[in-house]
Ligand binder design. Structure first.
Ligand code: HXC
Length: 254
């Protein structure tokens, strides 16, 4: 499928989704959000793709498109919400990485927050500047940022609107890795993840994500059922046999 505001390329088993409105620092407009949702639907059923990277041309994304939002009334603002698209990316059954260069602001940072793994380089500036526009983060930032870095630091970022650099983001636990070249490092990490057993990876991701929304007893029960279902896969036998035979496992995703 052809896209206007994003591009999809494949690097062996990795799908690379690039946000492409560089004239507006990849500000997320309605069309881009629709295309993002569409591309993740396409990648979900693509069996050759084992992990996905989201990145942006030059910058990651400087937030939702402010031109789109200027004249919104509350109903229109709610309809503009990114939540369906972001929920799809968060629940995507394969690992999703964000490779962050330049600005990752507002909805752009919130997009990075729904990814499983964030890698930034020294050009990155990460922040939630919405407060300076008379609003506050509305694409999951008030939930996901405190979960990741704690309420105190999240409030500091959301109330002040001040961006942080990649070194600070690493110290806060907002990114997993700081690299010289975010995309090159993300490709290496994605290749490593693509070599893991996909069913176990998918279930581990589901357990971690769902546990946030469950009480502890239910979360442990959910984990126990998911964990046991690994024993219906060939990859479980292969992983354990390979260990016993002192060789590298060859996972097939079955
Ligand atoms: C629309 C944007 C934009 C945005 C940048 N541009 N960010 N257009 N929406 N969010 C456009 C500028 O208007 C300009 O277009 C071009 O990109 C280059 O930007 P400059 O401002 O000239 O660049 P620079 O001086 O380097 O400053 C970069 C910047 C600044 C610091 C990132 O652009 C900025 O503050 N942008 C807004 C960031 C922001 O507030 N994000 C949160 C949005 S609200 P022209 O045509 O003039 O060249 C949000 C809500 C999420 O994300 C929830 C949704 C449900």
């Amino acid at each position: 499928m052809a896209y206007d505001c994003i591009s999809l390329t494949r690097h062996e088993m990795i799908g690379i989704v690039t946000l492409q409105r560089p004239q507006a620092l990849n500000a997320l407009n309605h069309q881009m959000i629709e295309e993002l949702e569409q591309v993740f639907m396409e990648l979900e059923t693509d069996e050759k793709v084992k992990a996905v990277i989201i990145t942006g041309e030059k910058h990651f994304a400087a937030g939702a498109d402010i031109n789109d939002m200027l004249d919104f009334n509350p109903e229109q603002a709610r309809a503009f919400s990114f939540r369906h698209c972001f929920a799809r990316i968060e629940a995507f059954p394969k690992p999703v990485l964000a490779a962050i260069s330049g600005f990752a602001l507002g909805g752009g940072l919130e997009l990075a927050l729904v990814c499983d793994w964030r890698i930034a380089d020294n050009t990155a500036r990460l922040g939630l500047p919405e407060i300076n526009l008379g609003i506050f983060p509305g694409a999951g930032g008030t939930l996901r940022l405190p979960r990741l870095i704690g309420a105190a630091r999240a409030k500091e970022m959301i109330f002040s609107g001040k961006p942080i650099n990649a070194q600070q983001a690493l110290e806060y636990g907002l990114i997993n890795q700081l690299a010289d070249d975010a995309l090159a490092e993300a490709i290496q990490t994605a290749e490593m993840l693509a070599s893991k057993p996909p069913v176990a990876l998918k279930l581990a991701k589901q357990c971690i994500n769902q546990a946030f929304d469950m009480d502890g007893v239910k979360a442990i029960e959910f984990e126990s059922v998911a964990w046991a279902s690994c024993f219906a896969t060939r990859d479980q036998r292969e992983g354990m046999k390979a260990f016993i035979e002192k060789r590298k496992p060859e996972f097939t995703g079955t």
